[in-house]
Design a protein around this ligand. Sequence first.
Ligand SMILES: C[S@@+](CC[C@H](N)C(=O)[O-])C[C@H]1O[C@@H](n2cnc3c(N)ncnc32)[C@H](O)[C@@H]1O
Length: 213
Amino acid sequence: MPRKKYKKITEVRSFKNVFDYKNENIKQELLDYFANDKHFTLELGCGQADYTINMGLLYPHKNFIGIDRKPNRIWNASKNADKLKLKNVVFLIAYIEHLADIFPGSSVEEIWITFPDPYPRRSSMKKRLTHPRFLDIYKKILISDGIVNLKTDDTLLYDYTLEVIMKNNLRLLKETNDLYSNTNLSDEEKILTKYEKQHIEEGKKIKLISFGL
Ligand SMILES: C[S@@+](CC[C@H](N)C(=O)[O-])C[C@H]1O[C@@H](n2cnc3c(N)ncnc32)[C@H](O)[C@@H]1O
């Protein structure tokens, strides 16, 4: 492993704005950090957490948590949030599969899934973050009118997610297969992630689906 990556992985858990799902008291640690009774907004597979950080800047009185299984990516996210002195933003090293063990029921108001790995093969369909097994997890932690947003460049994942929404009779709130052709986008919808910038440079169209469970 390159030395820089090793340093990040060993150092990241000591940062004040970084939590690990393996900590015995993780639920309480998160509640104690924010010390308020507001709901959380989560970014899943956050990477360097552009959504978490920019939403934290837009809404200083709300609670934001960026989640990724890779500690070295969380290291970058944490440093970026520190530079901006953000106190309403933290990061969690965790697998999305464990969210229902970490967050109490009805504690999350919004979920952003930003440019997840599309897992195009049928054999790995269950790993798609909009597969019904993940939607079951989100449902456990979301408030009743909570929202899930998917941003992707991938047509297969976009079509698959719409199909899951239809088949399961979920509340479709918004869908576009060319987000930036719309003129009236919200501040959140306009946030660009690292992967999103690369896809745009490659000429790909960005897609967005917002839905309730
Ligand atoms: C393609 S990257 C996108 C990063 C970022 N959202 C962006 O748009 O720049 C996908 C990220 O999801 C994370 N990831 C994939 N599956 C995950 C899972 N089951 N649990 C937690 N993180 C996951 C990966 O570690 C990776 O950082």
